[in-house]
Ligand binder design. Sequence first.
Ligand SMILES: NC(=O)c1ccc[n+]([C@@H]2O[C@H](COP(=O)([O-])OP(=O)(O)OC[C@H]3O[C@@H](n4cnc5c(N)ncnc54)[C@H](OP(=O)(O)O)[C@@H]3O)[C@@H](O)[C@H]2O)c1
Length: 329
Amino acid sequence: MKVAVVGATGMVGEVMLKVLAERNFPITELIPVASERSVGKTITYKENDYTVVGLETAVSMKPDIALFSAGGDTSLEWAPKFAEAGTTVVDNSSAWRMDPTKKLVVPEINANVLTKEDKIIANPNCSTIQLVMALNPLHKKYNMKRVVVSTYQSVSGTGVKAVRQLENEIAGIEGEMAYPYPIGRNALPHCDVFLENGYTKEEMKLAREPQKIMDDRSFSVSATAVRIPTAGGHSESVNVEFENDFDLAEVRQLLSDTPGVVVQDDLANNSYPMPIYAHDKDDVFVGRIRRDESQPNTLNMWIVADNLRKGAATNTIQIAEYLVENNLV
Ligand SMILES: NC(=O)c1ccc[n+]([C@@H]2O[C@H](COP(=O)([O-])OP(=O)(O)OC[C@H]3O[C@@H](n4cnc5c(N)ncnc54)[C@H](OP(=O)(O)O)[C@@H]3O)[C@@H](O)[C@H]2O)c1
């Protein structure tokens, strides 16, 4: 496969290159792409050096697959140009996720919806991916009615600028701000932009994307998204009300049996999911599994994943692997 990585110099792009190498994705030609600022720079993949090219050049090289992580505006403008050239685009931005003509895919849940005709495929929001990985098996068994999720999201979810802001604050250096306030020793109830309904765009992604991925509108999601000063790894406190009652041991078993999900829930040994533990891992970790004693058929749990891996790069590459394995590119 001739593979373009659009946004190769960014946080997600770098992890994308690492994951492609780790999983030995069948690449015959790698095309690293970034903004004009980075054209001519060198990136290393599997110990070989590659020169970063611009978008125009990359389209003219007609890659089989383009893995996009270069922001929504770049995707809106350039994904259709790649698609027109015959390239299949897997996009990490929010540009196409809720477009009814585009598929929104977490391979463990709905890869089967993909066809050869899908030329632009959307990768869900990082917080959504880890949420649905845990919800899907439970919904199938107990039928969810309502989910209330509060996130504790790392600065790497915002990109390189935000990671630099945190590092500068720790080092006592005054620098460019990615957020309207300091993030060190702080918690910002403000991920992405505010919308007219008082929610942030991130919160509405969490509310809408699960229904599309799970192809089910019978449940609803209410979200509060908070940015905290962790470098990498998103955490979520999740409260789920089901139609049917559940058995806690069975819930743990269902989650343990789900590929890509690891139950980490041994209170006697202080074992529960944490960002420092999930770092650089592809799995979604679930712990603190307990009954909500305030109302019937309701469960509380704590979900953590590496937002740059399963939340972005790994999920994108799993989609690309599915396309290759099923001759869809
Ligand atoms: N961080 C996460 O956890 C996460 C998770 C899921 C999805 N995403 C999405 O992935 C995308 C990238 O996020 P990130 O965190 O990797 O951001 P980032 O670290 O800021 O990197 C952005 C990348 O996009 C490139 N880029 C920016 N403007 C461009 C343009 N006009 N033309 C071509 N390339 C351009 C940059 O190139 P230069 O280096 O040349 O500027 C860089 O390679 C965003 O859409 C984000 O929403 C991020």
